[in-house]
Design a protein around this ligand. Structure first.
Ligand code: C2E
Ligand code: MG
Ligand code: MG
Length: 651
């Protein structure tokens, strides 16, 4: 206990250690400072304050516990040193509060609020000179220590308490806008600054308080003043995290602002072609230019193709936005010279008003998706929210939630579309097609729901449901007896890249005693382009097990002839768009005939899809198509109806 309560034993050590810490912090801060404006300056002031405080503290400790220094400093100078130390100490809560506010980008608006913020500090700071000359609040004892006269001396802490209450409020309200790591750092900061006060009273020494201040500032220099999370060191741009943070804190403070975006067409691809040096120089140059137009000199670069400026207190309709767009347009008419290379860039500006047009960060991210698609296509000078078809977002969101629950809610059903084989005159195969019927929206087309299911991951269980339904049909009904040889199933690319696809399919087939030759998987041309080793392996293993593959929607992708020849499929399904346009124009007809010839030359079978008239069917059969599928023969239908269809037509 003696060790803890007698400052003599540790005061000088703590003072020196604390001083070392603060010097390290100052050094780091000076080497990082250049990206931060206000927040950096306040932090700098805090560090300087803490540094001076430490120096004063050290001199006071030396006066008290070192004979030589005691004589050198003298009684009066020691008093001044203590007064200065106290005044610097009481500046810390004020600087901490303004630092906290700058982190959350809060400005005290108006002179009154600024005054209210500083008045408690003014009181504490004047408290010491007044106390010194009047002896009302405190006096110096014979050894040179400051002794308070209570109760009046307690008033010096009123300001501190007010600041702590305000800091608690700010932390509770705003820490949700920052990462949990940063939030904990702030709470530690707050806690150390606070416990410093009771510790100081118990130990009657300020060196521990000084030490905790230094420690906290060191912590801050690493979490808040360390720019890598918010600023890209190479280019000086602010990151996506910084943008998200700025948007959420501004929204939280209910501040109006305009997000002004400059999308550079194909910038990602252009950067990709250059060396990393040139690419970084290019981003820096555009950033430097845009900084000149940004009200607070901050340029965000959240993804590879967009630069963003924030205009506080401005709506997208104000002249400053139009003027900025005009200036940027003029600049981009010229080329950019980057390391002796002339490069032309094409920009498309857009402006979003917060919080009127977009009221949350989630909403902004949704809007971004639609914006990406609309950018460059609208042909207008500046893209605005009104130009976007946001109904797509709402609709997609609704379908997304329907799709997620469709299986559990029993909304899914498999329909079967009979496929006619002219050589036998029978319907010996069919395509299994998914149907989702929502009680409110009615049937939702698989063309709409499949891409959504692929994105939200439900595709795997949906396709599993389709395979299982097909297997059940084979086991539970007499489809085989009615002439059905095999069922075609659509396989999503997401299925194709699953390492357990083979096992899942084979287990399902054996569970229902379905032969591999009784199913056929349809894949599409586009999938083939991004082929991966897992996909190759899956197709090879399933083919070896006896499952055939078809190429769906043939003629709509970009396959070259070599690729067609080497694709391991037995069947090509001519897309319905090819069939339909063939019967509308002479050239399309020639295209179709040649596609058929190529497939025939490769000795593969052809399915003509989307055949709607008798005339089309007749022609296609004459041209040698092996199978015909389309509304002319039958539409996709539920299982029972399909069985009846087979009974009626296959005998
Ligand atoms: P797809 O595989 O090309 O399927 C053929 C589409 O053409 C089906 O549309 C079918 O109803 C339609 N169709 C058939 N005959 C005609 C016709 O004569 N005229 C016209 N205009 N259309 C015809 P559907 O059922 O809306 O399916 C659309 C797409 O959704 C399918 O194209 C397929 O890519 C996907 N899909 C459907 N069911 C599934 C499934 O269970 N799993 C997966 N992964 N995808 C599926
Ligand atoms: Mg298909
Ligand atoms: Mg198709």
């Amino acid at each position: 206990m003696e060790l803890l309560t007698s400052p003599q034993s540790y005061d000088i050590c703590f003072s020196v250690a604390s001083l070392v810490l603060i010097c390290v912090t100052l050094f780091i801060h000076l080497s990082e400072d250049k990206y931060y404006s206000k927040q950096g300056h306040i932090f700098g002031a805090l560090v300087i304050d803490a540094l001076l405080l430490n120096i004063m503290g050290l001199f006071h400790a030396l006066y008290l516990y070192n004979e030589f220094m005691h004589d050198l400093i003298g009684y009066n100078n020691n008093c001044y040193i203590v007064l200065a130390e106290k005044m610097l100490t009481y500046l810390i809560p004020y600087l901490s509060i303004t630092y906290l506010m700058s982190i959350f980008q809060i400005e005290p608006d108006g002179p009154l609020r600024k005054a209210i913020l500083i008045i408690p500090t003014m009181y504490s700071v004047f408290f010491y000179p007044i106390g010194y000359f009047t002896g009302f609040f405190f006096y110096f004892d014979e050894v040179g220590k400051l002794v308070y006269n209570y109760p009046q001396a307690a008033t010096v802490n009123i300001g501190v308490d007010l600041y702590y209450a305000f800091a608690t409020y700010l932390l509770l309200k705003y820490t949700k806008t920052i990462s949990s790591e940063k939030a904990s750092a702030l709470w530690v900061y707050y806690f150390l600054m606070m416990v410093g006060v009771p510790i100081r009273i118990v130990t009657k020494s300020s060196s521990i308080f000084e030490f905790s201040v230094s420690l906290t500032l060191l912590l801050c220099v690493y979490t808040f003043q360390n720019p890598s999370e918010f600023v890209d060191r190479l280019t000086g741009t602010s990151t996506r995290n910084a943008l998200n943070f700025t948007i959420s804190t501004n929204l939280l403070q209910k501040r109006e602002f305009t997000l002004f975006g400059i999308h550079i067409d194909r910038f990602n691809a252009i950067l990709g072609e250059k060396s990393s040096e040139v690419a970084a120089a290019m981003v820096s140059q555009v950033t430097e230019y845009l900084k000149g137009l940004s009200p607070d000199k901050v340029v965000f670069y959240p993804n590879m193709e967009d630069f963003i400026l924030i205009f506080q207190g401005v709506t997208p309709d104000e002249v400053v936005i139009e003027r900025t767009a005009e200036q940027i347009r003029k600049r981009f008419k010229d080329t950019w010279t980057i390391l002796d290379e002339e490069i032309k860039l094409y920009e498309s500006p857009y402006a979003i008003g917060f919080p009127d047009e977009v009221g949350s960060l989630e909403r902004y991210n949704e809007v971004r998706g639609v914006l990406d698609k609309a950018i460059g296509k609208q042909g207008k000078d500046m893209l605005r929210m009104a130009d976007l078809n946001l109904k797509i977002v709402e609709h997609d969101k609704k379908i997304d939630s329907i799709v997620k629950h469709a299986l559990d809610d029993g909304l899914l059903e498999v329909y079967y579309q009979p496929i006619y084989s002219p050589s036998t005159g029978r319907f010996s195969s069919c395509e299994a097609l998914l149907r989702l019927k929502d009680p409110q929206l009615g049937f939702i087309s698989p063309a709409i729901l499949m891409p959504i299911a692929e994105r939200n991951g439900t595709i795997l269980s949906i396709d599993r449901f389709v395979i299982e339904s097909v297997c059940e049909m084979f086991q539970e009904t007499d489809v085989r007896r009615h002439g059905l040889d095999y069922v075609e199933l659509n396989l999503s690319v997401v299925d194709c890249i699953q390492t357990n696809l083979y096992d899942n399919v084979m287990n399902m087939l054996s569970k229902y005693q379905v032969k591999p030759s009784e199913i056929n998987f349809e894949i599409t041309e586009t999938y083939e382009q991004g082929i991966t080793s897992v996909m190759d392996e899956n197709i090879t293993k399933l083919t070896e097990a006896g499952i055939a593959f078809s190429m769906d929607d043939f003629g709509t992708g970009y396959s070259n002839l070599v690729r067609i020849a080497t694709t391991p499929v037995d069947l090509f399904k001519l897309d319905k768009s090819i069939i339909q346009s063939a019967f509308e124009s002479e050239t399309s007809y020639m295209v179709m005939i040649n596609l058929i010839k190529i497939i025939k030359a490769l000795k593969k079978e052809i399915v003509a899809e989307g055949v709607e008239t008798g005339e089309q069917a007749r022609q296609l059969i004459k041209l040698g198509c092996d199978h015909i599928q389309g509304f002319f023969y039958a539409r996709p239908m539920p299982r029972d109806q399909f069985l009846q269809f087979l009974r009626d037509h296959n005998g």
